[in-house]
Design a protein around this ligand. Sequence first.
Ligand code: DON
Length: 581
Amino acid sequence: MSAFRYLIRALLVCSLLVPASATARKADAELPPIIDYRERFLPVVAREGMVVATERLAAEVGKRILQQGGNAVDAAVATGFALAVTYPRAGNLTGGGFMLIHLAAENRQVFIDYRETAPQAATRDMFLDENGEVDNKRAFSSHQSAGVPGTVAGLLHALEEHGTMSRKEVLAPAIELAEKGLTVSFSLNYEITARGQRLRGNPEALRLFFRPDGKAYDIGETWRQPDLAWTLRQIAENGRDGFYKGEVARRIAAEMEAGGGLITLEDLAAYRAVERTPIRGNFRGFEILSSPPPSSGGIHIVQMLNILSGYDLAGMGHNSAAYLHHLTEAMKLAYADRSKYLGDTDFVDVPVAALTDPAYAARQRRLIDPDKATPSVDILPGRVLAAESLDTTHYNVVDSRGNAVSNTYTLNASFGSAIAVPGTGMLLNNEMPDFALRPGHPNLFKLVQGESHAIEGGKRPVSSMSPTLVFRDGKLWLVTGSPGGSKIITIILQVLLNTTEFNMNAATAGISPRIHHQWLPDQLQAEQGISPDTVRLLREMGHDVVQSNRTFGRTHSIMLQDGRLYGATDTRRPEGWVAGY
Ligand code: DON
C-alpha cells in the first residue's frame, strides 16, 4: 500500500474509533506518520495544544482558550467551568476534586486539593438510625449527603496562582453556553433520561433538567440554564466570594435549612483549596506523580507498581492469567492498607513514606503465592511501621509551552444527590458517603474502611481520584486519569502498566480490557474481553472471577512524544472528545 493510502486508512480508522475535532485531524494530516499503525486503536495527533475531555463543547472551549494564548491552567479552568454546564452528571460547581499541574518553565508540579469537607456539624454516627444501621437513603440522597463544595475555590486558586487570563475571560464561554443554551446531544439526553426518576424526585431539578411538559429535552433541542448562568456571573464578578459568600451562599444555606442539611454560611466562608505535595514513585525508570491524601490514589498506585516491579510482567504477557493473578494480589494488599491507613492528613497520620517505600513492597511481594489466590480474609493491612452508575469526570490539557493539567472532579454519584439549590442551577454533591458511615461497613463502592475514615466536622473524605503525570527521562510523557469510584486506582495502574511495560499507545492502553480487586469483597472483577480461557485459569488459581457487561471507568490520556501530542478518550462511554491543534 502506498504511504499516502496507508495514512488515509489510518486516519479513517482513527476517526471511527476516537472522535476528534476537525482541526486535530488536519494537524494529523500535516505530520509525518510516526504512529505505529499496527496497533488496533490510534490516538489523535496534534502539535501545539490539546484538551481531552468527556464532552465536545467543553473540550473545544479549552482549545479556544489555548488558541487565544492562554496556558494549560487557563484552559483547564475554562473547561472545568464549561463542563459544569455541558456535562451536569459530573461537571460541577458544587462538588470537589484534584488538579495536578506541570509548570514546564520551572519544571515544577503543583497539586491542588479542592475535595469537599464535612460540615462542622457533621458527626461520626450521623448516618446511623436508631438501631445503629446505616440509613442509606439519608447518606446518598439527602441534603445531609453533601460536603462543603470545593470546585469553585479549586478552579479559582489554580487560575490566580498559575493561570494568565482573567476570571471573566475563562468564565465567559461557560456563561454563554448556559445563557444561550446548548444543543442536546445523544449522551446528554441519555444521561438525563437514565437518571430521570431521581431528578424528577426533586421539584427544582425537575424544573432545571426537563421541559415545561415534564419530558426530557430531545436530541437536537436547545437547553438553556439561566439560573446557572446567573451563578457563573456571580463568580466572574466577585471571585470566590461570589460563591462562598453573598447571594449564592445564602441560597445554598437556605436550601440546607429547608431540607435538614448541615452546611452553613460559616462552612462555606471557611472553605479553602489547599496545595499539597504530589506522591512520587518510579517504575522501570519512569517517574510517576499522582494524588496525595486525602486521595488514596497516588499512594496505592505507587505501592502496587513497587510490588509489581519485582516481576517480569512483559514476559508473562499482557492480560495473561499469570499477569492478572499478580496484579490482583497486589491490588488486594494495597486496598487492605487503604482501609486502615488512609485518611485526611489534617486529622489522621498517614504513613505515606512507609506505604510507598520499595522495601515495604519487597516485603509484601513475599506474601504473594505465584500460583494461588490468597483469600482476602487472610490478608490484613500490612504492619507498615515495622515495615456506577456513578460519576466523576477527568480531563487533560497540554499547551504549546509544555505545561499540563490533569484534573479529576466529581459530585460523586451521577448528578450527585439529585437535589438542586433553588435559583442557582446547581445540584448538591453526595460526597459524604465516601467517609466510613460506620467504620468496617461497606460504602457506596463496597469499600470497607476503618477508623481513619470516620466522619468529623471539617475533615475531607478519602478519595480514589488519581489525576496522574508520568515523566520519561525527565520529560513529561503521559497525562492521564479516569472516573470509576474505587476502581480509579486500579484503572490508572493498568493504564500505566500498558504504556510503560507493554509499550501501548495512549488509545490502546485506555481501551484494553481491565480487571479490578479491592480486597473486600473478595472478588476479581473482570471486564468483557478478558478471555474465557484466562478466566478459567484464574478460577483454577482460586480467584472468584465476576464478569459482567459493566465497563470500568473511562480514561482520558495525552502522550507527549517526538514533539507531538497523542490524545485518546476511551470508548467505554459515548462522546468523549480530543480537541487538538
Ligand atoms: O472520590 C472518590 O473516590 C469518589 N467520590 C469518586 C466517584 C466516582 O468516581 C464515581 N464515578 N464513576
